[in-house]
Design a protein around this ligand. Structure first.
Ligand code: GDP
Length: 226
């Protein structure tokens, strides 16, 4: 078990109580599956603000989306066979949409599918004007991997604003976590499109979830609302 201080590491201290409350409000209410898109033509019209969630398969993406939205099984759909290569849109009570991006780094994925995945993702990242940020999830037990580095490069090229979110913080030792935050922030300093702060979360213990919501609310506020 981690100490009660765990969630505050590198995240909670950055947010005021009002910002935490704004984050809570942003996610309070009903979240729904909107659409799953496997081609550019299938993408929904741009509306409100979109925030995308990306990461390696098994990083804890579905669990984090469920924790953020307070819906226990909302993101289960991303694991449905045939859906794993799609961009999945979840719409919230305000004009915020979460976009679940296909997990990457799964060696068994067939070659042609990887190609299709890359084409759609690239087009989405390069052309989506209402995509405010990509949250790149990294497993707190493993840190950045080689495939993550490829994705960082792509995000830099697309000039999409992105931020790293560590997942499964409950499963990492406090000292290791602190070192990983520093190491990750140092690595990100070389990436022009990366947000300098790393957020630390656990979908299991819910630590860092209010702060992630607050970070999203702050971003939307900075952009002039949803
Ligand atoms: P996805 O493939 O990225 O959508 O990952 P999932 O959300 O399906 O999670 C993959 C595995 O990690 C599952 O076995 C989850 O129970 C586990 N997991 C997800 N979030 C957490 C967390 O916060 N803490 C721990 N310890 N395990 C987690």
């Amino acid at each position: 078990m981690s100490s009660p201080q765990a969630p505050s590491l590198a995240s909670a201290s950055h947010f005021t109580r009002a910002e935490i409350e704004a984050g809570r409000k942003l996610f309070a209410g009903d979240w729904q599956f909107a659409i799953a898109a496997s081609s550019l033509a299938a993408l929904p019209p741009m509306r409100g603000v979109e925030l995308a969630i990306a990461g390696r398969s098994n990083v804890g993406k579905s669990s984090l989306i469920n924790a953020l939205t307070g819906r226990r099984a909302l993101a289960r759909i991303s694991h449905t066979p045939g859906r794993t290569q799609e961009l999945i849109f979840f719409s919230g009570p305000s004009r915020l949409t979460l976009v679940d991006m296909p997990g990457y780094g799964y060696a068994a994925a067939a070659k042609p599918k990887i190609k299709a995945w890359t084409g759609l993702i690239h087009a989405f990242l390069f052309g989506r004007a209402n995509l405010a940020r990509v949250y790149l999830l990294i497993d707190a037990r493993h840190g950045l991997k080689l495939t993550d580095a490829e994705v960082l490069k792509t995000l830099d090229k697309a000039a999409v604003n992105y931020q790293v979110v560590l997942t499964k913080a409950d499963a990492a030792r406090q000292a290791d976590l602190a070192a990983l935050v520093v190491k990750t922030q140092t690595a990100l300093a070389e990436h022009p499109a990366a947000h300098p702060d790393v957020l630390v979360t656990s979908a299991r213990s819910r630590s860092g979830i209010p702060e992630l919501r607050a970070a999203m609310a702050r971003l939307i506020n900075e952009r002039g609302g949803g």
